[in-house]
Design a binder for this molecule. Structure first.
Ligand code: SF4
Ligand code: SF4
Ligand code: SF4
Length: 341
């Protein structure tokens, strides 16, 4: 159904039958601003009415009733819809005699319908296509070196120049799992665009929302002052900068230290977890072994050490001075404040 400027109703068809752990769906249920329940219940002004189909969140999981909207969309009988993929896309051209991943069976033959079969039919008909999590966006954990499935991200499968029926590129919201509000905020923008009330979401070269992934972990980290002062943790029990114990934050695009994980709480390095680059296209291979000092971290921490140590000493002196009250605060019979009428 359409209004003059956009859609009044839209379906969200969410498939997690990629090479997936369903962690992104679980994560998204923790979003508070907005909550997925608020979007589905129509509590967010300016959005179309949303019909969500997600196997983890559906009371009809497992049966034909659950598959019905997906089958209808694949036939071209259900629109408009947003196609959300969670998990990476296996290469079914190298599946030997079997298949890597399936979602329902063919009604006539009973043969499994592969994820790729569904993508081939749903993606071109979808008004928008959204990748939830790093696996769907770039391949992620399942696509690491040595995996037998040849799996990949959605843009590797559909092509980076893919455009949906709504003329949008794939919208990637990486993270392993995706940060709850990062996903819901992006989906809300896409829905608002579908309603005709907002321009398309601005994306960067890797098809990520610019406003979410435009800064590094380091630029938002609670521990950044320790880095600047050349004060580094030697183990994981320290509140200091963790670059020497494996943190990749200075070169990773992620807003989690600013946003937190649930209700603003958490945010990997803020709470003692090294950043392992889980939002990045090069994750995980380019960040392993996870707990070694990143190559650039050795050099930058070595260079900042003498500057940081000097600055820290100077700041210590200044801090000591600032921790004393001015000398004219006294109860003697003389004014020593410098007041000169
Ligand atoms: Fe699971 Fe992480 Fe892949 Fe999401 S991105 S499906 S949380 S492994
Ligand atoms: Fe940067 Fe990581 Fe150190 Fe935080 S803990 S200041 S992100 S290197
Ligand atoms: Fe992933 Fe690093 Fe962001 Fe944590 S801070 S969510 S490990 S990219």
């Amino acid at each position: 159904m359409t209004s003059e400027n956009g859609f009044e109703e839209i379906h969200v068809l969410w498939i997690s039958e990629g090479m997936s752990c369903d962690g992104d769906t679980v994560s998204v249920t923790a979003s508070g601003q907005p909550a997925i329940e608020d979007v589905v219940n129509g509590l967010i002004p300016g959005l179309p009415k949303v019909h969500l189909y997600n196997k983890v969140l559906s009371p009809t999981v497992g049966g034909e009733e659950f598959l019905a909207p997906f089958r209808a969309a694949a036939r071209g009988d259900l629109e408009p819809f947003i196609f959300v993929l969670e998990g990476s896309v296996p290469n079914e051209k190298i599946n030997g005699d079997g298949y890597w991943s399936s979602f329902g069976n063919h009604p006539d033959t009973g043969e499994p319908l592969t994820l790729n079969w569904w993508i081939d039919r749903l993606a071109p008909r979808a008004w928008a296509v959204v990748a939830a999590g790093t696996c769907a966006a770039y391949g992620g954990i399942h696509a690491m070196a040595g995996n037998p499935t040849g799996c990949m991200g959605l843009a590797d499968y559909l092509g980076a120049d893919f455009r949906s029926a709504g003329a949008l590129p794939i919208v990637n919201v990486p993270g392993c799992p995706v940060q709850p509000e990062n996903f819901m905020e992006t989906l809300t923008w896409v829905l608002r665009h579908a309603a005709g009330g907002a321009p398309p979401p601005p994306l960067d070269d890797m098809l990520r929302p610019q406003w979410i992934f435009g800064r590094t972990v380091h630029e938002g980290c609670d521990r950044a002052a320790y880095y600047e002062q050349g004060d580094f943790a030697k183990d994981y029990n320290s509140p200091k900068c963790q670059v020497k114990v494996g943190c990749w934050g200075p070169v990773v695009n992620c807003n989690v230290p600013k946003r937190g994980w649930m209700g603003g709480i958490g945010g990997c390095p803020n709470v003692g977890g090294i950043c392992i680059g889980c939002t990045m296209p090069g994750f995980p291979d380019k960040f392993m072994p996870f707990m070694d000092t990143p190559p650039g971290g050795s050099l930058s921490s070595m260079m900042i050490k003498p500057y940081g140590a000097f600055i820290r000493r100077m700041r210590g002196i200044t801090n000591d001075t600032l921790n004393r009250e001015p000398k004219w605060h006294h109860d003697r019979e003389v004014l020593t404040s410098g007041y000169d009428p």
